[in-house]
Design a protein around this ligand. Structure first.
Ligand SMILES: [Zn+2]
Length: 258
């Protein structure tokens, strides 16, 4: 990005000795362009900051998602642990009843249920181990995300500090351009009143493109560099006579390119 040094453009702020339309328009054109460039730089810098801040939001969302996953995993583990405890109690109860049972049939039934409960408890144990392993991994990921978020926050803070310095410079350049415009605009003749009105309307509509240079070619044709139309010879004569002229094609205020 080309740095527009405010100090370097100071030389332009000296009062114009030449108040011809060409000199006034040239100066206005330049200051409008500087103002537009400064405004664009401010807009871009602010946009870049916004985009950087989005990286924080994204990381925060990832972190929140991981927290929710961890919470859900914990809930599943808690449920399975309750389930496991219930099964262990049941197995203990079945074991106790096996010692007390009177008939072979009852013994066989109790034994069969205990076997089933033990098998289920074994599967539960495996599932729990797997869930706990996933919980450990997720906890590690969560810590990693926290570190990453902290890093992104620091980077963005640093970037914003640097950018706000630049923005302050651009704002200074913008302010200077506006002051200079206000000063040079005083040199636009007050009569006819339509002249200032036209200028103001064009600036509102087109900004820096309210004004265009005219190139006088070797074949004596005049070309508006705003719309690249060849202008009628009459306009060329008016420009040479030092008159205020609008492009017959695009309506911009014209001045001869020296
Ligand atoms: Zn034009």
């Amino acid at each position: 990005m080309a740095e527009e040094s405010v100090a370097a453009s100071r030389g332009d702020s000296e009062p114009e000795a030449d108040s011809s339309p060409a000199a006034v328009l040239r100066s206005l054109h330049r200051w409008h362009q500087k103002r537009a460039r400064a405004a664009e730089k401010i807009r871009r810098a602010q946009r870049t900051c916004e985009l950087r801040r989005q990286a924080i939001t994204e990381k925060e969302q990832q972190l929140e998602q991981a927290r929710q996953q961890l919470k859900e995993l914990r809930r599943q583990i808690d449920l399975k642990e309750i389930d496991q405890k219930t099964k262990e109690q049941r197995i203990a109860e079945l074991t106790r009843r096996l010692h007390e049972c009177k008939t072979n049939r009852e013994y066989a039934l109790l034994l069969s249920e205990r076997k089933a409960q033990e098998a289920a408890a074994g599967r539960l144990e495996d599932e729990l181990l797997e869930l706990m392993e996933r919980e450990d991994q997720l906890k590690a990921r969560l810590d990693e995300l926290k570190r990453e978020l902290e890093q992104v926050r620091q980077e963005v803070a640093q970037f914003e500090a640097e950018t706000s310095e630049k923005i302050a410079q651009y704002e200074q350049a913008l302010k200077q351009a506006e002051q200079e415009l206000a000063r040079v605009e005083q040199q636009i003749p007050k009569s006819p009143p339509e002249l200032r009105e036209t200028y103001q309307r064009l600036v509102r509509q087109k900004g820096a493109d309210a004004i265009a240079t005219v190139e006088e070619r070797e074949d004596l044709t005049f070309v508006c560099l705003g719309c690249y139309s060849t202008l009628p010879p009459q306009i060329g004569m008016q420009l040479h006579a030092g008159e205020w002229v609008l492009c017959s094609s695009c309506g911009r205020l014209l001045y001869l390119d020296r």
